[in-house]
Write a protein that binds this ligand. Structure first.
Ligand code: SF4
Ligand code: SF4
Length: 184
């Protein structure tokens, strides 16, 4: 997902005491992937080595980790920045405290998705997978071009099989859930 002029950067808004949920970090340490989050000492290595942060004004993994530890549950889970991570695991490899940063981001995304806070672009993509078996709708023009080049037709997608596989991970319910924040 690319940044847009309308995208919120809630990571920089002033913090209100009422936003802080001190239980959040204790919930995170019980989840697979974010067990070591409290070891973060905010050195910033994850952000300085992150290839996405290099090109983004709003994506800072160190900030997301800090916000999560502070207990800014709603703000983190509704943050558009959360969805910019490319899951390259550079941060995890380089964290001097062995915090599995990329996995923490995954955990936060899963929690966000459970609340229906998923950017529309991913909902659309997921909807396409469920509908056609493909992440993107293949344009008719592309199919004709293949034919003109003597290439065989693309295999038919199998959305039924996709739906069946994804039922066990509550994917359908998540995609169909409406986003809680206005921007998603
Ligand atoms: S590299 Fe590790 S210790 Fe440093 S800020 Fe990132 S998560 Fe925290
Ligand atoms: S996994 Fe995500 S946060 Fe970590 S370095 Fe890669 S893009 Fe950045």
């Amino acid at each position: 997902m690319t940044e847009t002029a309308t995208q919120k950067d809630s990571t920089r808004d002033p913090i209100k005491a009422s936003e802080i949920d001190p239980r959040f970090k204790y919930e995170l340490v019980k989840m697979h992937g974010s067990e070591k989050i409290l070891k973060c000492f905010q050195c910033g290595t994850c952000t300085s080595d992150c290839p996405v942060a290099r090109f983004s004004d709003s994506y800072r993994p160190r900030t997301l980790i800090r916000m999560a530890i502070l207990g800014l549950r709603e703000r983190v889970l509704k943050s558009d920045a959360l969805w910019l991570c490319a899951a390259c695991f550079t941060c995890t490899d380089r964290c001097p405290q062995d915090v599995e940063v990329a996995s923490v981001i995954r955990v936060l995304r899963n929690l966000a998705a459970e609340k229906g806070c998923v950017p529309q672009v991913f909902k659309d993509q997921a909807g396409s997978v469920l509908e056609s078996g493909y992440a993107y709708k293949i344009p008719e023009l592309r199919a004709k071009k293949r034919e003109s080049q003597g290439l065989p037709p693309l295999p038919k997608g199998n959305p039924e099989s996709v739906r069946k596989s994804l039922k066990g991970v509550k994917f359908l319910e998540t995609v169909e859930k409406k986003g809680e924040s206005s921007g998603k």
